[in-house]
Design a protein around this ligand. Sequence first.
Ligand code: TV7
Ligand code: CA
Ligand code: ZN
Length: 410
Amino acid sequence: SNGITRPKGHKVSFHYNSQVEDMHFGKTHPMKPWRLTLTKHLVLAYGLQHTMETHLALPATSAQVQAFHDPDYVQFLSEVSPQTFKALCTQPRYQKFIPAKHDPPYDAVELGPFNLSTSPGADCPVFDGMSTYLFLYTGATLAATNQLLTSQSDIAISWSGGLHHAHKAEASGFCYINDIVLSILDLLHLFPRVLYIDIDVHHGDGVEEAFQRQPRVMTLSYHRYGPYDETGHRFFPGTGSLDDNGLKGTVGEHFALNVPIPSGIDDRQYKYLFESITSRAIDAYKPKAIVLQCGADSLGGDRLGQFNINIKQHGECVSFVKKQGLPLLILGGGGYTARNVARAWCHETALATDNGSNLPDKIPIDLIPRPQAFTGRAHGDGQLFPKFQRDHKNDCVDSELEMMVKRLEW
Ligand code: TV7
Ligand code: CA
Ligand code: ZN
């Protein structure tokens, strides 16, 4: 009745547990799990739940998480809370994970083991309910993965996942468990080659590192990258240059691709890079499944990102990948202007179910509990497609982008 229809010829599943919404990384921390509340309500307000299966995610088990992560790290994550942190830090098994400059006792210490911290300014804080949050977002991604492995879904969506920076025994950049690596390890049981594509504004370093020695996974990240700034920092995490192509001297060499991008890239330029490079990668590599990390911090107006792309182009990346007709896992990731994250991920849920052009631009505001979160002058008034102001200087030169595409052809 509202124009929303079921997809023809393919099945979509949506994996989520609302418990992840109640978590707080800290008052000023940019990562806001309630952006997932907004996403869920927007998806429901448009009626998209009728176009796909919705699955309540269960927590991943420690055994599942250990398929990639260090057992000591997994044990720590399963027990840690602001209340248990100090006591855990004194346990003998965790001593080798404490950075050398920090000696016990832990009262005034900033960084504990595994790059975790209870200080308010930390990228990876220890917060209430943290274990629940971590194992649930991982459980959602692994359930989505299982849907693809058993051919029960052609596209599976896990918006609470996509946490691409986590390492084997270290949290990094708001990421604790690398649900993407765990998912790809599962996919490798069935699919001979998996392509990982990452449109988060940050480099997908954790996923690249995990598979840098082997050719059965190709990683392809598009991200902001540039020289050191005035404060002596590079845009986080500082890796992912054009000549970072997998570990040299191993069979994994040439199976990592990186597209380092200057600030302010616009829709036209992003489309050119994404479509020419992704299609070449798919033609050459012939993957049997694709994992797409859809970090929404590559949108214009993001609190941390520095690109100028609109929701329409972000979504066109999803459509382009979907068009390949391969089993597809769609994941979230970054995204720090919450209402825009919800707009983008709702639109992309619609694209996955062939409803991309069926959502009225005017948000069905009467149906959602926090309509005010979608309004505001700077980011469009109750519209699904606000046109973002250009808020970052465009440092992308077309001829340089063309050269980059040429260099990435092999
Ligand atoms: C996938 N940028 C994750 C992206 C991770 C980015 C960073 C912050 C930040 C952290 C805060 C905070 C912040 C306004 C922004 C070198 C540092 C500088 C901590 C202040 N405000 C994803 C990680 C990145 C924490 N980290 O790809 C608490 O910005 O640049 C850095 C590292 C050292 C640590 N300090 C920042 O999108 C999900 N952090 C406010 C409070
Ligand atoms: Ca990226
Ligand atoms: Zn990011």
